[in-house]
Design a protein around this ligand. Structure first.
Ligand SMILES: C[S@@+](CC[C@H](N)C(=O)[O-])C[C@H]1O[C@@H](n2cnc3c(N)ncnc32)[C@H](O)[C@@H]1O
Length: 188
């Protein structure tokens, strides 16, 4: 999950532009790889109260927490002006979706722009392993956010038409595979 304060997509580029970027990710390996692959020096501190670790760059512009997102809250980093959610909604257990959306909305500032992508797939030959990512229908997304946010689908890509279809975890024989990009803004 990448929750981005004051900005758009690329974490290190956003920090270069003066934005503060905050991320939350369960996999410490993934967080270590982010800092190593981008050549960013960092310190690691424990946040024992909630069983998190915090990875920070020397300017404190990139702050990535390792831990369970459901223990993250507004009290830790305030509200966010921008959020980039790269298929995280599809990565969590189906029964946690409403709880997830409630938490995400609680982190949005009044004018927050929350961008999220989600896969929708169906067919007899779908995955090389069991989900996640879970298939997420657009109407499910609209329903999850209907009371709190205006929802705009700003892009949809038919992945059957592009090279992506050959990539795991999806099988090449899959019948239907779309990637949707949504923009959520708080209802006024
Ligand atoms: C589609 S991946 C996105 C990875 C990365 N943020 C990116 O943008 O490339 C979804 C990620 O959600 C993480 N995840 C799933 N459930 C989580 C939770 N409860 N708390 C924190 N991270 C979680 C998984 O570890 C996985 O790396």
């Amino acid at each position: 999950m990448a929750n981005v304060r004051k900005g758009r997509l690329k974490t290190d580029k956003l920090a270069d532009q003066g934005h503060t970027v905050v991320g939350v990710e369960a996999s410490e390996l993934a967080v270590q790889a982010f800092f190593t692959e981008n050549g960013i020096q960092h310190t690691v501190t424990d946040v024992p109260a909630i069983d998190f670790k915090l990875y920070q760059d020397p300017d404190n512009k990139i702050r990535i927490y390792v831990g369970d997102f459901f223990k993250f809250s507004k009290e830790m980093e305030g509200e966010f002006d921008g959020i980039w959610d790269r298929a995280a909604l599809g990565s969590i257990h189906l029964e946690d979706r409403e709880r997830y959306v409630k938490l995400m909305v609680s982190l949005m500032s009044e004018d927050c722009q929350y961008l999220a992508e989600a896969y929708y797939y169906e067919g007899t030959c779908t995955m090389q392993r069991i989900p996640p990512p879970h298939s997420t229908r657009p109407d499910t997304i609209y329903k999850l956010f209907e009371y709190t946010c205006d929802v705009k689908m700003i892009e949809h890509v038919d992945l059957k038409q592009v090279d992506f279809i050959c990539s795991p975890p999806f099988k090449p024989e899959i019948d239907v595979l779309f990637l949707y990009l949504y923009l959520f803004t708080k209802k006024k």
